[in-house]
Design a protein around this ligand. Structure first.
Ligand code: NAX
Length: 327
């Protein structure tokens, strides 16, 4: 049988961690033939809670789970790791300005980037979930100069899945019938789900819905879904976020189906006018463990405006972390 793959999860004692770890250990992320060793990174006060989660993982007797390490030391957590899910982040507290938020997250993602650079396996794949995900990913990547930039990514898959689900409901089809979806830009209120290139039954989704629905219902519903979940559930999205992280890594490792693509936050090579180096949501395919930005899509004037607005926000965030000396 295959040797186990080391998977590091930060913020392991948090609510996304709780929804994520059991699915990884059961084989839903890397597949039924790949044993895993879990490395749980937490801050010191949360180590005990992480140990409780580890006890429950033991109690599941997952045949694919070959070991669990728990630590508050980033260097140890990322040593030899092949998959890093950076979930733990500093949430925006009351009265916190954007600069404070970015600085607090810089204090997390800079040392984690350095630890990945120092000790991760050669095939390391990094997914940043903790918000602001795109910019946190940029911070981590900037401190891992020996790791190819395309091994870093940011989670846009929850936004992508939310868009698939809303479109399927609207058109009365199954989510599996909605293909070629993209959510461009930042994982924030400015994100742009592109229904012009998305397809149902081989035709553009935009041709099958009113522009009014697209602008006034779909886009804000997807962008504000996180807030709607908090409103209803009294807690932020956790199982759906964990599911999106599983989907993201599963796709990255196993590839996209022929003719379709997905959304991931990946390093820009300048495609579609997105400044090089930003971590932006793009239409991507995956093959042999590598993302590739889908080229040559038609971007109409409406899409152009929306993409530019979200990308401008990513540029602002990059300027802010540059000003703070975080990259
Ligand atoms: P929780 O507050 O439940 O858990 C976060 C955990 O991270 C805590 O246990 C905390 O102790 C730990 N942590 C903090 N600093 C750490 C560090 N330096 N090293 C290791 N662990 C550390 O938050 P949860 O609901 O699990 O959400 C986690 C992150 O995901 C948040 O930043 C959240 O905003 C973000 N999200 C991102 C989404 C996306 O689509 N990209 C969607 C869901 C979610 O909102």
């Amino acid at each position: 049988s295959k040797p186990p793959v080391k998977v590091t999860v930060t913020g392991a004692a948090g609510q996304i961690g709780y929804a994520l770890l059991f699915r990884i250990a059961s084989g839903q992320m890397l597949g039924p033939d790949t044993p895993v060793t879990l490395s749980l990174l937490e801050i010191t006060p949360a180590l005990k809670a992480a140990e409780g989660t580890a006890m429950e993982l033991d109690d599941c007797a997952f045949p694919l789970l070959s070991g669990i390490e728990i630590t508050d030391n980033a260097t140890a957590a990322f040593d030899g790791t092949s998959i890093a899910l950076l979930v733990g982040a500093r949430p925006r507290g009351p009265g916190m300005e954007r600069g404070d938020l970015l600085a607090a997250n810089g204090g997390i993602f800079k040392p984690q980037g350095q630890a990945i650079n120092a000790g991760a396996a050669d095939d390391i794949k990094v997914l940043v979930v903790g918000n602001p995900a795109n910019t946190n990913s940029l911070i981590a990547r900037s401190h891992a100069p020996d790791v190819p930039a395309d091994r870093f990514s940011a989670m846009m898959r929850l936004d992508h899945n939310r868009a698939l689900s809303q479109v399927a409901k609207k058109l009365g089809v199954s989510v599996a019938d909605v293909t070629n979806m993209t959510v461009w830009g930042n994982h924030s209120a400015t994100q742009y789900p592109d229904l012009f290139n998305a397809r149902v039954g081989g035709r553009s989704v935009a041709e099958q819905v009113e522009q009014e629905w697209l602008e006034s219902t779909l886009i804000p519903t997807v962008a504000k879904r996180g807030a709607a979940i908090i409103d209803a559930r009294g807690a932020s999205s956790a199982a759906s976020a964990a599911n999106a992280a599983i989907d993201h890594i599963h796709t990255w490792v196993h590839g996209t189906p022929e003719g379709d693509w997905t959304t991931a936050g990946v390093v820009s090579d300048g495609s579609y006018g997105v400044p090089e180096g930003l971590m932006s949501g793009f239409p991507v395919t995956a093959e042999n463990g590598q993302w590739k930005i889908v080229q040559g899509l038609d971007i109409n004037e409406f899409s152009r405006g929306r993409i530019d607005k979200s990308v401008a926000e990513l540029v602002d965030e990059r300027d802010a972390i540059t000003g703070l000396g975080l990259i």
